[in-house]
Write a protein that binds this ligand. Structure first.
Ligand SMILES: NC(=O)C1=CN([C@@H]2O[C@H](COP(=O)(O)OP(=O)(O)OC[C@H]3O[C@@H](n4cnc5c(N)ncnc54)[C@H](O)[C@@H]3O)[C@@H](O)[C@H]2O)C=CC1
Length: 283
């Protein structure tokens, strides 16, 4: 089975490259932006028509959450319109599409883990742009696409919370980390394994699914665990979101209920701290 992965040089794309050898039955072709730029519609059509994959996994996105508040058009183009074009091309060549989306499509006012059917209501430009992408896929290729919403993604690759915390903890005697935003981290290696296992699953079920590691924590809890595992001495202070303002508003509650992907596709959902420990052996 032939799989094309777009966004190959991003955090998730690199983790997909790391785990591809776990799936010897899958022939994975990794395309970075230079070979498959989502906003160059002609290029996307041409490349995919030539390769004729069975599946396309879209790990490419505009992910600069704060910058998106200014660069709304760029975010909407890459995360919205271009994803619609990708869905059309996948439909034309009869390739199934796995698209990665985000907890930021929700407003974070819930008190229970979000299920896939909960009402969406993004509070920032990035979440809005990702929602456009989801909606276009649902309009254009609902029966051929799986949308996987994830949250708080980290790994040894790219820029992410774990790597930022480690750097700050080495540089400073104390740091403040917000304690009033709750969610579940996702080790990108676990997500990458889950996405490729979907391609191998005997039964294809289209639709929206949620995937994160299990457990509900705050960014402060996450930072404390990073400090513990690293053995660094930096003091971690709990602060409020109001004390750490950012251009884009973040949801207070980002917890995704992941039962559906587990029961439908049998995806493994490791516990967050076990995965963090695994990742940190590589850092
Ligand atoms: N990082 C996180 O905490 C979260 C990420 N997600 C989603 O997970 C997915 C993967 O994210 P990451 O790997 O962490 O992001 P990333 O920013 O590390 O990787 C995204 C990749 O897409 C590429 N890209 C940007 N514009 C492109 C274009 N026009 N054409 C082709 N490639 C383009 C970038 O060069 C980059 O290599 C994205 O869909 C993101 O929205 C969802 C929730 C949280």
């Amino acid at each position: 089975m032939k799989i094309v992965v777009t966004g190959a040089n991003g955090q998730l794309g690199k983790c997909m490259q790391d785990v591809a050898s776990n799936f010897p039955a899958l022939q994975c072709i990794f395309l970075g932006r230079e070979h498959c730029d989502l906003q160059q519609f002609g290029m996307v059509s041409q490349v995919l028509q030539a390769l004729k994959p069975d599946w396309v996994i879209n790990a490419a996105a505009y992910t600069a959450v704060d910058k998106a508040e200014q660069e709304t058009q760029a975010a909407d183009l890459i995360n919205g319109e271009a994803v619609g074009h990708l869905a059309k091309v996948c439909k034309d060549i009869a390739a199934k599409l796995i698209h990665v989306s985000t907890d930021y499509v929700f407003d974070g006012t819930a008190t229970q883990p979000y299920v896939e059917t909960d009402a969406v209501h993004p509070v920032g430009a990035y979440g809005k742009s990702k929602l456009i992408g989801e909606q276009l896929i649902q309009q254009l290729y609902a029966d051929g696409a799986v949308i996987v919403r994830t949250s708080w993604v980290y790994s040894r690759h790219g820029a992410n919370f774990v790597k930022t915390m480690l750097r700050l903890m080495k540089e400073k005697e104390s740091i403040g980390v917000v304690n009033d935003q709750l969610g579940s981290p996702t080790y990108a290696i676990d997500l990458a394994n889950a996405l490729l296992s979907i391609c191998q699953h005997p039964k294809f079920v289209p639709g929206i699914f949620h995937y994160s590691n299990s457990g509900i924590i705050s960014w402060y809890d996450f930072a404390v665990a990073i400090r513990e595992i690293s053995g660094l001495n930096c003091k971690v202070n709990a602060i409020t979101t109001a004390e750490f303002p950012t251009p884009a508003k973040r949801p207070e509650w980002s917890v995704l209920n992941c039962n559906k992907i587990q029961t439908t596709y049998g995806c493994a959902i490791p516990e967050w701290k076990a995965s963090l420990q695994q990742c940190m052996t590589l850092l």
